[in-house]
Design a protein around this ligand. Structure first.
Ligand code: FES
Length: 104
């Protein structure tokens, strides 16, 4: 199957459960879109676009810290359950602090 034969807004398996560990982000491209999967503190799997909202660094190159994915570039962290509002807040903090580390 290719990205051209798959429908958007449908459910697809992105990974096997054992591929997404608490230790490291897991990158996957689906429908031509880069995504990153990781396990939160409660063991739930979260998925985000694999681009940091700050400067577009791939989040999959970051690390997992306290159940959040941490961007390897400036250190912003995202928990994956309310990414939109949290990401805007974190990016605003980074811009205000001149790219100093910010955490949700
Ligand atoms: S690019 Fe991710 S925190 Fe700046």
């Amino acid at each position: 199957m290719t990205a051209e034969t798959l429908l958007r807004n449908c459910w697809y398996a992105a990974a096997r459960a054992d591929e997404v560990t608490p230790d490291a982000p897991f990158a996957r491209t689906m429908l031509g879109e880069p995504i990153v999967l990781f396990r939160r503190m409660d063991g739930a799997i979260a998925a985000l676009e694999d681009r940091c909202p700050h400067r577009k660094a791939p989040l999959s190159l970051g690390r997992i810290w306290d159940g959040k994915i941490q961007c390897n570039y400036h250190g912003a962290r995202f928990n994956g359950d309310k990414a939109g509002a949290a990401a805007r807040k974190i990016v605003a903090q980074l811009l205000a602090q001149g790219n100093a580390r910010a955490a949700e």
